[in-house]
Write a protein that binds this ligand. Sequence first.
Ligand SMILES: [Zn+2]
Length: 321
Amino acid sequence: MTAAARTCRICGGAIAGTLDVREMMFGTREQFRYERCGACGCLQIAELPADVGRFYPADYYSFAVKPPNALKRLRRRIKRRPILGAPAAVAKLLRSAFPRDGLLHLYREVGARTSDRILDVGTGSGEHVLALRDAGVSAAVGLDPFIATDIMDQGRILVHKQELGRMSGQFELVTFHHALEHVPDQVATLTDARARLAPNGRVLVRVPSVSSWAFEHYGADWVNLDAPRHFCLHSHESIRLAAQRAGLRVDRLWCDSTAMSFMGSEQYRRDMPLMDPLSFARTKRGGLFSPAERTEFERRAQALNRELRGDWICVLMSAAS
Ligand SMILES: [Zn+2]
């Protein structure tokens, strides 16, 4: 099939343009073609790489994170336990004191409760699921088909080595934190997520989005394009269409991009990979960027988020009736 004959995998629309993008996380600089749908605006990799495993070196996600010792675990539980149930003022204090627990505050914002069954898809080593359990969500569990074997926590499975389509059980919340963009079939995966929802259950998707200043400004140097690992970069419209085709509807869409979008993309423009020893991602000092520049990037990221022009989006979905 020629590129001209190809159509959008989300909406079936005609391809309106192409973009050649280099692998820049590790800096192999191998080039991959992406195609933009003229109808829904989605950007998709033209050909799925046959040997995608080679783009995920063993240390891509630290699948072998050592479990924290008992004392460390207890300390984490003490600081995390109040997050979901605390009054707003207390939660705000906890958030500024422990910014690394930001994701738990996101669960709080979407109304998650400690009694919820939460399934995190593509969770890797399960550190995030462990944080949910520390916060009192005892029925939180993860799945990841690429881990070597099931990961245990105090005698219970923390992360299943499993495909979503083969998972059983019902969940109040199914989450994808920067996982859906790595999946070849968006609609089939969201359909599998819908099948796991308890009555009134919801799906929370966090993905990079091309409906953003960063993509429009940086193009092929946009750090969150992450060729060839990201197969599908949604527009606000295409994620709604994908949800709809999976029997879901979007209840809320908002942005949570950070200074990282600027720092990574600025580096790619200067031909510096994300994993370069001098990269901000590898040094504690912010790499090429001064503290003032980093503060300014963060301020701009927050401003773009408020205008719905940030390049990371959070999308909350529920079953369409
Ligand atoms: Zn489309």
